[in-house]
Structure formats: structure tokens, C-alpha cells
Write a protein that binds this ligand. Sequence first.
Ligand code: ATP
Ligand code: MG
Length: 561
Amino acid sequence: MESKEAPRDFIRKIIDEDNKSGRFGGRVHTRFPPEPNGFLHIGHAKSICLNFGIAKEYGGLCNLRFDDTNPLKEEQDYVRAIEEDVKWLGFDWEDRLFFASDYFGKMYEHAVQLVKAGKAYVDDLTADEIRDYRGTLTTPGRDSPFRNRSADENLNLLERMRAGEFADGAKVLRAKIDMAHPNLNMRDPVMYRILHAKHHNTGDKWCIYPMYDWAHGLEDSIEGITHSICTLEFEDHRPLYDWYLDALGVYHPQQIEFARLALTYTVMSKRFLLQLIEKGYVRGWDDPRLPTLRGLRRRGYPPTAIRTLCERIGVAKVNSTVDIEFLEHCVREDLNKTAPRFSGVLRPLRIVIENYPEDKMEEFEAVNNPEDPAAGKRKVPFSRVLYIEQEDFMENPPPKYYRLAPGREVRLRYAYLITCKEAVKENGNLVELRCTVDPDTRGGNAPEGRKVKSTLHWVSAAHAVDAEVRLYDKLFTVPDPLAQEGMDFKDLINPKSKEVITACKAEPAVRGLKPYDRFQFERIGYFCVDPDTTNDHLVLNRTATLRDQWAAIQERGQSGK
Ligand code: ATP
Ligand code: MG
């Protein structure tokens, strides 16, 4: 739950001021404007949480608007996926789903208005020439030889551009601002380009398409947005955003920029994610190692944990990178409270309880979630042959290893105390343990005065469900794979980022789980059911281990290392 007392960040302060002055009549109306050219990632989640969150806090509205002005890279499939992902994250645009392409007609009318006012012109320079004429940060640009065409001539050419008379790139429409402006974005920016391309929404209706800066402010204006929140790289575009809306004399929202989210050990931009997918480094947009919302979902990250992360990192005016361990910390904290516990053995070691009858079966009560009494209890079957974790036994245990060893007694959680009598080997390899149970320790209770230092999880072999488990680790070997000199980021992929183990054993209660369900294997980690699961093949993804590395990182930070 958002706290009303949350400290006011600079965006909320701006909105408070605007509400006080009555600038937008007390209205707060934001939007989340994805370009449908890829799937959403956790960076987008920050923008979604911010825009929808602010609207909710102020009793305002937030639109979902597809910024679909580029016909070349955009696809209908992405539109559907983005809608799904925003919903999964927990936000609702109600009836306010918009497409920038629905405004192409209005945008064109506004362009005509600027042409008639002598504030826009058709230019015949090529893209290269336009770049050359633009000048640099230290030298002013030069006027295009076509800059002083009459309004009538410009209007005629614009109409013919729209009618499809010219080839791609033959002409553009430009705003007539100032070729010597210190801000390069203001040196007669291109408003329209010719592109004979089919658009996912408008089909072949248009062969001129608006540029981002021209389109975006108009989209905001048309929708009555009050605060147009975007990332820092648009700060230098704000004068242009303002210029267009002022030149047209239309309703004028406030653009506000904030720092984008970056995470260590991953890449975020769709451009780089696409490379990983197309070159086969990962299995697709929903690979559980990717920072995409689909990937995180498949990995088992709860949407609530992602929202918590976004809330806690807050918004800033300076770019910075968040430790991925902090995200994992939020995930663990969330799952600790919400995930039911089960017993599962990743690398099974068979044990036979010699003094337990072959045809006997007992059921013990196990707590579903010690953090949540309402989650109740379940029954876990116990029998003569069990599996424990291979790493919970050592033939020659070093000091401080308290788990099972020959001659030693340990507790099997909820069940009994057992003692290891013999390690059975074949060709030098350990194949099973022979153990005995103390029948007086039913429920796992040690009699007065008897110290048992270790409690192990276990699964009854006769009742076990087989599972394939996919273990994941950081996608890259370095915190910032894009900043390694002379290295392609793809060469820095962690070869251990995915490991598959197949002969895992889980207690029978996991049969009731559905794809994407999250749970904890006690002592092992958090897991979720992968959608590859079929009726007779359970596939699990490890969401996180139980070890929280966030505290260690903070300690390191405080000691300045
Ligand atoms: P990418 O570089 O990943 O392609 P983008 O900015 O091109 O991202 P858009 O679809 O244009 O992606 O973004 C939709 C909204 O999400 C924009 O308002 C954008 O500013 C915001 N956004 C994108 N990436 C981040 C990020 N890393 N942190 C915060 N907001 C982001
Ligand atoms: Mg983009």
C-alpha cells in the first residue's frame, strides 16, 4: 500500500505546486506511452509505477497510450503483450487506451496550421545534407536553400507529400525555428518524413509519418495530459515540446524528466535485449534471465515485489544504477511472506530406514507458511525409503559440519530423528545411506537432554513427484556489461546463468500447483512452476536462493570499499 506520508520527490512537488496555483484546475492526468517495438522491461515498470501511481495518489487518471508513430519497427503482437504486462504489474487504464496513430489526422491539420503561419517548411535536402547543415555544438547551422519557400508553395508540397507523389526521403517537413539555436534540437527539426510503409493501425492510409518530438507533445495535448513524465534524455527536447505547443496555441501539458532505471548485471534497452534473443543467447523475451516483465514473471518474481522496488528507489534527476541484489532482496522479502513452503530435493540421495516397515506410511503435519498462520497446514507422507539432499551428507565431515554423517543423528523435519548407520557404495560412488529411526521421536521432537544440531528436509521416495529444475544466476559476469572497453556485451554472458537439473524430487503436494505459481522449497530457495510443465513433466524455475546478498553489499558500501 502506498503511504500518503511518503516523502515528496521533485515530481510530486511540482504537481503540488501546480495544484496550489490551480494551473491545471487541480487535475492530475498522466500517461504511460510505450512504443510497441518490443516487450516491457523493469525500466518500463518504473515509469508505469510512477505514472499510474501518481494518478492514483492524486485521485487523477493515467492513460495507456501506444506511441506507434514508426511503422517500421512496430507490431500488433507487442501491443497485446504490453497490455498484458501492464495488467500483470497491477495497473488498470480502464477505458483510456489510446494510439498515437489515431491522431495522425489531427497532427496533419496542425502541421498545415504551422505551414500557413510560416512556421514550417518543406525541405528537399537529403538526410545527409540536413545533418551537415545542422552545424555542431560549437558552430551554428546554416539555412537550407529551401527555407524561404512561400506558405502557399509549402502547403502545396506538403499536400503532395501526403498524397504519395514523392519517394521516401525526397522531402521532409521541418519546423522553422532557428538554425543558430544553441540547442541543436531547435535547429529546424524535422516534423514529417516520407515513408511508404504499412502501419499496424492505419494500414496504407499514410505515407508521411510524424517524428517523435512533433508527435509526442500533441498526443499529450490531445489527451489533456497535465504532467508528461519522461526520462532524462528528453530534457534537451523540452524546449521543442514547448515550442510546438506554443506555436499552435493549443492546450499545453508540463513535461517533467526523471532518471531512468538501470540495474547491474543486466542490459535493459530493447535494442540489446533483441540482440540476445535474435542471436539465441536466451530463449526469447520471456527467458527467466532477462529483465523483461515476462522474463521476471516466468522467473517467479511477484509483481508486488517489482512495485516495491520502484517505490523504494524513488525518482531522481541524476542517472544511477541500482544493484540487482536489491531487486532480489525485494523479491525474497515478498516471497517470504507469501510463498507456501514445500519439501523438495534438488540432488537426491536415497536413504533407507532399516527399522521402518516396508508397507508402512505415516503422514505428518507441516506448516504451509510460518510467516502466515492463515496459510494453514498440510500432510506430508513418510515411508521407509526417502530422499535427502546430497550435500546434507558427508562421509568425513569437517568441524562445524553438523548435518548427516556416519554414526550421527539428525532431525528429519516434522518426522523423526534418524541416525546414519552405513554409507553404501558401488564402484567407489555413494549410492544410498542405511539409517535407523528412533520411534520415540515422532514429530521430530528430541527427548529432553538430547541435542540434535541439524534439521534436514526430505521427500518420501514412493510419493515423490519428479521435477526438472532450472537454476538461474546473473546474466552477465560483470556489473556493467555495456561499459567494458573493447568487449561486446554478449561475450560477457555468464556461462552459469542457467543450469538444468533433471532428477529432482518434490513432495506430492506440488501436484496442485499451476504454471507461474510461486513457492519455497524449504532450505533451498524460492521456485515457480514453469509453463513448459505438462501433466507428467513438472518444470520448475529457481526464482532466488535463500541467501540475501543485499545486506553484504550495504556493509561494503558503508565501509567505503
Ligand atoms: P528502450 O531503450 O528500452 O527501448 P524506450 O525509452 O525506447 O526504452 P519506450 O517504449 O519508448 O521505450 O518507453 C515507454 C516509456 O517508458 C517512456 O516514457 C520511457 O521514458 C519509459 N522508460 C523506458 N525505459 C525506462 C527506464 N529504464 N527507466 C524508466 N523509464 C523508462
Ligand atoms: Mg524508444
